[in-house]
Design a protein around this ligand. Structure first.
Ligand SMILES: Nc1ncnc2c1ncn2[C@@H]1O[C@H](COP(=O)(O)OP(=O)(O)O)[C@@H](O)[C@H]1O
Ligand SMILES: [Mg+2]
Length: 308
């Protein structure tokens, strides 16, 4: 019997449904919650595959997952790709893959740990030429963290003064200044296994649990094909087997807005039952296929480089 482990936070509906559906398939794979209480370097992971829904918020889990990955377990998502990720670099990868993205600048940090003084920052041009950056991006603009989620510290700014208020509040975060896309339609794609994509009309102006809309004709067939193809390019470039990818449509072009969601919200309350079942089924297919492909006798990888 191959073992699939699940690491999750407060969420309950997705892990429970995944465990149940994997068991129901009776395919020689069983899924369970991972239990941890300190990990020895010599220990061997019993898992062929681990679905990681929370290590971005529990640092011990990140280190445990790298260890499991180096022992040949499949981790969804690959911690070696996920941990280094940021939205600026992801935008570059998107551009290289031919996906439309808003113009984006990564800014120097506002604040530092106490040991960093003016003398430590010889490499930085001071003051920053805000006028020039504002002209390049245009107004309104979006100020958001390069690594973040849950709409934390995301603001829309209409002038240099407003931008500086948001910047001054950013403290030690690394912030992006980004072109605001004036969208007429917005979609969020559930992406599983770098193969399956479900684009769903999504209204960010609505309360959290009402954003996913049931509107099958929201996009034309050609637009659907384009966002599916772009979402796959993004997930493949980033190495994500579990992701949500958001597109804002402007003049018929889908701009990728937020596509580094390695532990996307998959709760039944926000997705609705139909989309939730799609996600659980797609993930069940994926974990069974991947877990069965992991050899019983795994060879440990000998270097970090081999882990990518
Ligand atoms: N460049 C942009 N143009 C238009 N709207 C944006 C842009 N960036 C972010 N938004 C809006 O702000 C929301 C939160 O930003 P996002 O990048 O998704 O941050 P998070 O990772 O915290 O969810 C998005 O869902 C979208 O509605
Ligand atoms: Mg988002």
């Amino acid at each position: 019997m191959k073992k699939v482990g699940i690491l999750a936070g407060r969420e309950r509906t997705f892990p429970a449904a995944l465990i149940e559906r994997v068991a129901a398939r009776d395919a020689g794979v069983e899924a369970e919650w991972v239990k941890l209480g300190g990990t020895a370097v010599e220990s061997h992971t019993p898992y062929a595959l681990i679905v990681d829904r929370i290590s971005h918020e529990v640092p011990y889990y990140q280190i445990f997952l790298k260890h499991a990955h180096l022992q040949g377990a499949v981790i969804i998502n690959n911690p070696f790709a996920r941990i280094v990720e940021d939205k600026f670099t992801a935008n570059f990868l998107a551009q290289q893959a031919g996906v439309a993205v808003p113009k984006t600048v990564i800014l120097p940090n506002k604040a530092y740990i106490p040991d960093i003084t003016g003398e430590s920052l010889t490499n930085l041009i001071h003051p920053v030429d805000w006028e020039m950056l504002g002209r390049y991006i245009g107004w309104p603009a979006v100020m958001k963290p390069a690594v973040g989620g849950g709409w934390k510290s995301v603001s829309i700014v209409h002038s240099i003064d407003e931008m500086l208020v948001a910047y001054d509040a950013s403290d030690q975060l690394s912030m992006l200044l980004q072109e605001f896309i004036h969208w007429d339609r917005y979609v969020r794609c559930l992406c599983i296994g770098r193969e399956k994509v479900l684009p769903i009309a999504w209204d960010p102006t609505k309360p959290h649990n009402e954003r996913y809309l049931q509107q099958p004709d929201y996009l034309s067939p050609a637009e659907t094909e384009r966002v599916v193809s772009d979402a796959l390019k993004l997930c493949r470039a980033l190495g994500h087997d579990m992701n949500t990818v958001e597109f804002a449509f402007h003049k018929g072009v889908p701009y990728a807005i937020d596509f580094t969601n390695s532990a996307p919200d998959l709760d039944i309350a926000s997705l609705g039952e139909w989309h939730f079942n799609w996600a659980v089924d797609a993930m069940t297919d994926l974990v069974i296929e991947r877990a069965l492909a992991v050899p019983e006798q795994r060879a440990a990888r000998e270097s970090y480089a081999a882990a990518f």
